[in-house]
Design a protein around this ligand. Structure first.
Ligand code: CDP
Length: 195
């Protein structure tokens, strides 16, 4: 069975938590596509070569969740050749047998426009920055907020695969919603589609 759940949205909106819950409930595989860009950004050297030669070890680095890695990711993510190098892997993952959940910025628009369920998860920049600040240790809130805004801006305004909700995506604003409520909505959407 091929069944793809595309979960897009800006930094720290809750995509990861929702994706893991959906994947766990329905037994789907999960790919956090942001990790691919974070690994390319942190590898150093020519980012296009890094994207073409990405290894399991690159994806296992312990510093990929840092603020620095997020910034580096959004800088290499504007490069069309970097994005192109990562497309085939993501498409194959999306259409693997048994169902898949992918979270990122362009899953419902570019990687898998045929996804059976598309969600665009968002929240205000202040609320997203607060969530990310609580996850990270030793960072100043103002720095986290500034970086979230900078990344949002870069991700929305790049020419190639800018972050936006697909026309047929369900938009979930989690600013005033508990994690449990957001997960419940996502699970209900998938369950309804699976019939
Ligand atoms: O976890 P968080 O939402 O902060 O970020 P992420 O999903 O790990 O993505 C890091 C950066 O990678 C984003 O700011 C984007 O610039 C880029 N990215 C992308 O361009 N396309 C994707 N499908 C996923 C991430």
């Amino acid at each position: 069975m091929k069944f793809t759940v595309a979960i897009d949205g800006p930094a720290a909106a809750g995509k990861g938590t929702i994706s893991r819950a959906v994947a766990g409930r329905f037994g789907f595989a999960h790919l956090d596509t942001g990790l691919l860009y974070r690994a390319v950004g942190m590898k150093g050297g020519d980012p296009v070569l890094a994207a073409r030669g990405l290894t399991a070890a690159d994806l296992a680095r312990e510093d990929l969740r840092s603020l620095e890695a997020g910034q580096a990711a959004s800088k290499v993510a504007v490069l069309p050749d970097v994005r192109a190098a990562l497309v085939a892997f993501q498409r194959a993952f999306a259409r693997r047998d048994g169902g898949a959940v992918l979270d990122g910025r362009d899953i419902g628009t570019v990687i898998c426009p045929e996804a059976e369920v598309k969600l665009f998860v968002t929240a205000s920049a202040e609320i997203r920055a607060r969530r990310r600040w609580l996850e990270l240790e030793g960072e100043a809130f103002e720095d986290v907020l500034a970086q979230v805004r900078e990344r949002d801006d870069r991700d929305m305004n790049r020419a190639d695969a800018p972050m936006r909700a697909a026309e047929d995506a369900v938009v979930l604003d989690t600013s005033e919603m508990s994690v449990e409520a957001a997960i419940a909505q996502a699970l209900a959407l998938v369950a309804a589609k699976l019939g």
